[in-house]
Ligand binder design. Structure first.
Ligand code: M6R
Length: 596
């Protein structure tokens, strides 16, 4: 997830170290490239940027020597364009009269770049941050002042983003917010703007939060907020924040996991915008359609998304897809694989060794490799013939949450496209997820104490909820250290039922289509003294048969898995914290497994 920081001061002075320090404070968000621009009192821009870590790039390009009255630092998490010096931000306009940088995704970047080139503007990179600058430039060139030009640009730039921009001939900075975070800091003799609080807090605790659809102009001694829609001034009193740096980095949540759980509706929204505008979706669908055998490969959580992907492909596109744990690919299918086959490799990190080993086998057999990957620039991304970015930003917590959601959203989108169905109904999904989080949290909080002491649980699902049961069980065992087995509900009676005794907890994840089947399983448990906890939409049968029911909002059966996973993530989180563990960093585990 990119980060931007800008500052406007009264007098020209050294800014390089201050900008480098702000960049370091943004680095927890994840990035691949770093850039700084300073603008002197004479309007001359000093722009230095490169691929690498903040301190590496700052040393390599001697940021410490940078001086000016205004400055911008940007950390880039690549989505449009590979990590490279040209694609690093900030960017200049055609003549070097404007300099700016963004955070987020401009989803019509490709079309806009074509327009800019046709209009004679100088486009130097593939990056959408540069499109923000040219989008303003084209209106400045037509004689508009900066505020008007930025307001017009806002209408042209589709997606979720924030950007900061300066005109060299002026003495202020401008910033605009559309979906991504933006906070102003008020300092004695300066004002600053950032993607988030942590990069501002060491400088000041007097802040103004910019809202979506607002443009802010910053001078050293004041700011001006306006609505983009009509240009009207907005009055907002500054607030005084008391949060610690650590709390601010967690966005006010106690752990990164909780923050990332709550980011799911927004990352899904952003991914859907990106997919709607992506030419790579068609390229991927075409290859998947043409495949002799279609394999979906991943490990852990990413594998669970593959199972759900296979269910979606069959239901929506009539296409059989084979979900397979990546390390089992060679022994199970290796001898049968050929160049007519296609593999969709799914990985948050894009560096999991088990996945990369399977990828090497696939390439050795001439198979087409497609990727669903969060970390841009990762091996999986580079090795894929076509990839879709998951656009989740940095997932810090070891338990995968938001990346699972976007893996599933991507599969659902691909399956709809493969089947020739409209994808527009997916637009309702993020709001449904928001409503689900609001509805389930008090229910999970009420239930968790009953499960905190349990050392042994099952989590069962059927059909569309089977992979959710696996994923819920993985979350529970990963961060609570209890044994929790995920299973197809109908398999429970084929053996594990013998474990049931008084008060033995079994979670049943019920899709709206499969309630009768789940009710049978619930009764097999309860009649042996077990405690059946159902997760599903309001249903008299679930209510009558289970001891507890966590109620999800009514939704299409295809959307239900993306809602049902939320209470399981929250339950695992609550039990972990109640047991005194740190859910972000569970013992014995690491975020990226680059070993056998
Ligand atoms: O980076 P990847 O998606 O390839 O990682 C695969 C698994 O290691 C990962 O999903 C793991 O299971 C999660 N930490 C579970 O929450």
């Amino acid at each position: 997830m990119c980060g931007i920081f800008g500052i406007v001061t009264t007098e020209e002075g050294p800014l390089g170290d201050l900008l480098t320090a702000a960049g370091r404070r943004l680095s927890y968000r994840g990035y691949d490239s770093v850039g700084c621009a300073t603008i002197g009192a004479d309007g001359v821009v000093d722009l230095r940027k490169d691929v690498g870590k903040v301190d590496e790039v700052a040393t390599r390009h001697n940021f410490a020597a940078m001086r000016g009255r205004r400055g911008i630092v940007q950390l880039r998490w690549a989505t449009f364009g590979h990590p490279s010096q040209a694609n690093a931000q900030p960017h200049l306009d055609s003549d070097g009269d404007l300099v700016g940088a963004h955070n987020g995704n401009v989803v019509n970047n490709v079309e806009l770049r074509q327009q800019f080139i046709a209009e004679g503007l100088t486009v130097r990179s593939a990056n959408d941050g540069e499109s923000c600058v040219h989008a303003v430039e084209r209106y400045v060139d037509r004689g508009h002042d900066m505020v008007t030009a930025i307001r017009r640009a806002y209408a042209d730039l589709e997606g979720d983003y924030a950007f900061v921009i300066a005109a060299t001939r002026e003495d202020c900075l401008y910033a605009i917010k559309k979906g991504s975070g933006l906070v102003v800091g008020l300092i004695d003799g300066a004002t600053c703007i950032s993607s988030d609080l942590p990069s501002i807090l060491p400088l000041t605790r007097r802040i103004v939060r910019v809202q979506d659809g607002e443009i802010v102009t910053l001078w050293p001694d004041r700011i001006e907020l306006r609505r983009v829609a009509d240009g009207a001034l907005v009055q907002r009193e500054p607030e005084w924040v008391t949060e610690s740096m650590d709390a601010a980095a967690k966005g006010g949540y106690t752990h990164f996991m909780l923050k990332e759980i709550h980011e799911q509706p927004q990352v899904a929204r952003e991914l859907l915008h990106l997919l709607d505008a992506s030419a790579d979706v068609a390229a991927m669908v075409e290859r998947m359609r043409a495949a002799r055998h279609l394999y979906l490969l991943g490990c852990g959580t990413s594998y669970h998304a593959c199972i759900l992907g296979a269910v979606y492909m069959a239901r929506l596109a009539g296409r059989a897809a084979i979900p397979i744990l990546a390390p089992q690919f060679l022994p199970q299918y290796g001898p049968a694989v050929g160049p007519e086959d296609v593999g969709v490799f799914v990985s948050q990190s894009g560096e999991t060794k088990d996945v990369l080993d399977a990828l090497a086998l696939a390439q050795g057999k001439g198979m087409t490799v497609l990727g669903l990957v969060n970390v841009i620039g990762s091996t999986l991304m580079r090795e894929s013939a076509v990839h879709l970015p998951l656009t989740c930003g940095y997932e810090i917590s070891v338990p995968a949450t938001k990346t699972f959601t976007n893996q599933v959203v991507a599969f659902l989108y691909l399956a709809l496209r493969m089947g020739g169905h409209p994808t527009a109904p997916l637009a309702a999904l993020p709001d449904l997820m928001d409503r689900t989080l609001a509805a389930i949290e008090p229910q999970v909080t009420a239930l968790a104490p009953a499960l905190v002491a349990q050392q042994d649980l099952y989590c069962l699902g059927y059909g569309l909820t089977y992979p959710i049961a696996l994923e819920g069980a993985l979350k529970l065992k990963e961060i609570t250290y209890a044994h929790c087995e995920g299973m197809l509900s109908t398999e429970f009676k084929h053996g594990p039922l013998s474990a049931v005794r008084d008060d033995y907890p079994v979670l049943f994840v019920a899709g709206p289509e499969d309630v009768p089947r789940l009710v049978s399983g619930i009764n097999e448990t309860t009649c042996r003294g077990g405690r059946a906890i159902a997760i599903g939409q309001e249903d008299a049968r679930l209510r009558a048969n289970a001891h507890d029911l966590i109620v999800l909002p009514d939704a299409d059966a295809l959307f239900n898995p993306l809602l049902a996973v939320l209470p399981l993530q929250c339950l695992a989180y609550e039990i972990s914290v109640a047991r005194g563990f740190d859910p972000d960093f569970p013992r014995n585990l690491s975020k990226t497994l680059t070993v056998d």
